[in-house]
Design a protein around this ligand. Structure first.
Ligand code: LR7
Ligand code: MN
Length: 556
């Protein structure tokens, strides 16, 4: 009896110990149900992972190491000479809580927010070093110093060739001068306000390493952030790579993990947003350490080969202050032969703000319009009409000459924006245009849909009683009715046509006008109403045949 009881106690004890281990192990993995609602804007906080317990921390280096890191630089004096005065609004100058930032000082430990499998990744022993480029305009001393120190503390020293600061004409030139005392840090000061785009180009031109790494001036890089990015760029110099950007709270400076299932996207007004990875890609991801292809990058934190940066035309230096350069770079990289990806095993924290703490000499809205208009005019081809439709105030606003950027695009022999939409961002919906419906007339008859499977000819109706079934939107290459598109069912003459959900990648849905006829682009066949009573089909094109003539008539 006693033996049975002893055994029972032993079994319970073992189970308890195993259970505890299992619980701890579970807890140190990112939760799988963490995807938060698809982020909606640049400064949103809707992309945080649910788990926020600090479990694994990155240790700060010992004091003697720190001495070596900072050389002659006196960080105490640097920070203490410029702190918040009693009674001052801590948010006023930087749009984040300066008091909290100052309280943290020049460094701290942060949680390693990577997936647990990232720590077993291996990298080439001979990765090339990088030049880090940080532009700043009136950045708070504590956030700027933490950015620099986090780089020095959490990167393998041999991978940091130098840190190039570009002081974009901040009010106090001392910041730049003092920080240059830190080993490996150089600071270039602009003689007038240039904005972040020209400042980055200046920093990049001064860089001596073959790989460029851009950071905002209020970041904290996390454990082993750099190796995954340099590895990917070393393998293929046309890749432009970003980390997952964790959130540093603008109120209390807590370091919070961002969701790992997001990528960069945008709407037609060229407003950046975080969005969920498309479901098919998510299902296919069985390795959480794999890169995530992204249509655009947020813009501030990325690694790029220097030769590739130069060959692709750096940045559009006629863009001012802030905004739009991330679209221009992203379109250019994809359309001219490169790719963009987010590396989930690289994490960098960034203080997301709700407003700009600095002034825009020409006004915030006008500057954003000028910059995005330049991106749209140079890269978006006929699709720029949707940008103007979504941002009517952009029409007629000055944006300067784009001749050199167009010449660059020609020289690099870049793909079209349609190619980009089809191959990189097929999820971006082409908007319905209210005013651009047409009838497709053949004599007195009009092409009409009856449900999705059946099409036919019927007597044309006139305004105001035109039924939706006779209204077509002709957006080359598609012939649309709301979200449905006219498609051939097979690539042979005599095949039926029907309506199916639009998909810009689908070659069966691509048409172009050929004289009065509508020609299917790939098969070369033409839309034909023969026999007149039966459903329309595709047939060999015969110019001037009445059954192949479709006269579009705009209805407003
Ligand atoms: O006139 C200026 N001169 C500058 O040097 C204005 C700004 N800057 C500096 C500034 O000090 C900071 O270091 O430029 C950097 C970016 O400015 P922020 O931090 O005010 O911009 P942001 O974080 O709101 O903006 C994001 O979008 C910008 C569009 O132009 C840039 O691409 C930023 O780099 C970018 N930041 C990120 O991608 C970090 C992640 C945020 C997201 C999403
Ligand atoms: Mn920023």
């Amino acid at each position: 009896m006693r033996r049975i009881r002893a055994n029972a106690i032993l079994i319970l004890t073992v189970a308890w110990i195993l259970g505890t281990f299992y619980y701890l192990w579970q807890d140190s993995r990112p939760s799988s149900s963490s995807s938060s609602s698809s982020g909606s804007q640049l400064k949103n906080h809707g992309r945080l992972e649910e788990r926020t317990l600090p479990l694994i921390v990155t240790r700060a280096p010992k004091l003697e190491q720190q001495g070596q890191l900072l050389g002659q630089f006196d960080q105490k004096a640097f920070l203490s000479s410029k702190q918040l005065k009693a009674g001052e609004d801590p948010y006023r100058e930087h749009a984040f809580n300066l008091q909290e930032s100052d309280r943290l000082g020049s460094e701290r430990t942060i949680r390693d927010t990577r997936h647990y499998r990232c720590s077993s990744m291996t990298f080439d022993p001979d990765l090339p070093p990088t030049s880090i480029i940080i532009t700043f305009h009136n950045e708070a001393r504590s956030t700027l110093l933490r950015t620099i120190k986090s780089v020095l503390m959490r990167s393998p020293p041999h991978l940091i060739q130098e840190i190039i600061l570009v002081d974009d004409f901040s009010s106090d030139p001392e910041d730049c001068r003092l920080l240059s005392q830190i080993p490996k840090v150089h600071c270039l000061r602009n003689e007038r306000r240039e904005g972040l785009i020209r400042s980055r180009v200046r920093g990049a031109s001064a860089a001596s390493a073959s790989i460029l790494t851009f950071l905002d001036s209020h970041c904290e890089v996390n454990t082993d952030w750099l190796q995954p990015m340099i590895q990917r760029v070393k393998e293929d110099h046309t890749r432009v790579v970003s980390p997952i950007i964790d959130v540093i709270s603008l109120d209390n400076f807590a370091y919070l993990a961002a969701s790992a299932d997001l990528r960069g996207g945008f709407d037609w007004s060229l407003h950046f947003k975080w969005e969920q990875i498309p479901i098919e890609q998510k299902m296919a991801r069985n390795d959480p350490t794999q890169p995530i292809r992204t249509p655009v990058i947020a813009g501030g934190i990325f690694v790029m080969d220097k030769g590739w940066f130069n060959r692709l035309g750096q940045y559009d230096t006629h863009m001012d202050i802030w905004g739009g350069e991330n679209f221009e770079l992203s379109f250019r990289v994809w359309m001219c032969g490169g790719s963009l990806e987010i590396l989930p095993c690289s994490r960098v924290g960034h203080v997301f703000r709700k407003r700009h703490p600095y002034d825009f000499p020409e006004g915030n809205a006008l500057t954003y319009i000028k910059n995005t208009r330049r991106a749209a005019e140079v890269w978006m081809d006929e699709y720029k009409q949707y940008y103007y439709a979504a941002r009517p105030s952009a029409q007629g606003k000055a944006f300067g000459s784009i001749a050199d950027r167009l010449a660059l695009r020609r020289k690099l022999n870049c793909n079209s924006f349609r190619w980009y939409l089809e191959n990189v961002y097929p999820e971006l919906k082409i908007p319905e245009q209210d005013a651009a419906y047409s009838l497709l007339k053949q004599g007195g008859l009009c092409l009409e849909s009856h449900g999705t499977d059946s099409l036919g000819l019927a007597e044309c109706k006139s305004t105001p009683s035109i039924p939706a079934s006779q209204k077509w939107t002709l957006i080359e290459p598609q012939i649309r009715q709301h979200d449905l598109c006219l498609a051939i069912t097979a690539f042979t003459a005599g095949s039926k046509v029907r309506l199916e959900p639009c998909n810009i990648k689908e070659s069966r849905q691509k048409w172009k006008p050929r004289g009065p006829a509508l020609q299917h682009m790939i098969s070369g066949l033409c839309l034909d109403s023969q026999p007149p009573s039966g459903p329309p089909l595709v047939a060999q094109c015969r110019p001037q045949v009445a059954s192949q003539s479709w006269e579009p008539q705009l209805v407003t």
